[in-house]
Ligand binder design. Structure first.
Ligand SMILES: [Zn+2]
Length: 135
């Protein structure tokens, strides 16, 4: 099992690969799956801003692409003093695979943690797509 400190190191190393020419806000993420494997990601910005992908979603997409569906911990790292809170899109995206993932955010002067359910207590789920009688 990967220690949280190791995940933070991986997230910090990965943020060096961030592509953030517009915001200059580089983010790295390390996601530990239920089986203990770790997938990293960085933010990838685009000149068409809406296409930007956050580090958290990049890591989750890599994990899912490798066949993983359950996550134990997600560590987000920035090179700023204040810790970043994952955006709503990333919380929704990761919640698709369970809302019991622990989320940590590390920065130069601050470390924060939450359960994913704390961050998005009412995530949209697949059960909401089930047809109701008469529809
Ligand atoms: Zn995000």
């Amino acid at each position: 099992m990967t220690r949280k400190a190791d995940l933070a190191t991986i997230a910090r190393e990965t943020l060096r690969h961030a592509y953030a020419p517009y915001s200059g806000y580089r983010v790295g993420a390390a996601l530990e799956t239920e089986s203990g494997e770790v997938f990293s990601g960085c933010n990838v910005e685009n000149a068409s801003y809406g296409l930007t992908i956050c580090a958290e979603r990049a890591a989750a997409a890599k994990a899912v692409s490798a066949g993983h569906r359950r996550f134990r911990r997600l560590v987000v790292a920035t090179e700023r003093d204040r810790a970043a809170v994952p955006c709503g899109a990333c919380c929704q995206f990761v919640a698709e695979f369970g809302d019991d993932t622990m989320v940590y955010s590390v920065a130069n002067k601050e470390t924060l943690s939450w359960s994913l359910k704390d961050l998005i207590p009412h995530a949209f789920t697949g059960s909401m797509l089930e047809r109701e009688a008469g529809t």
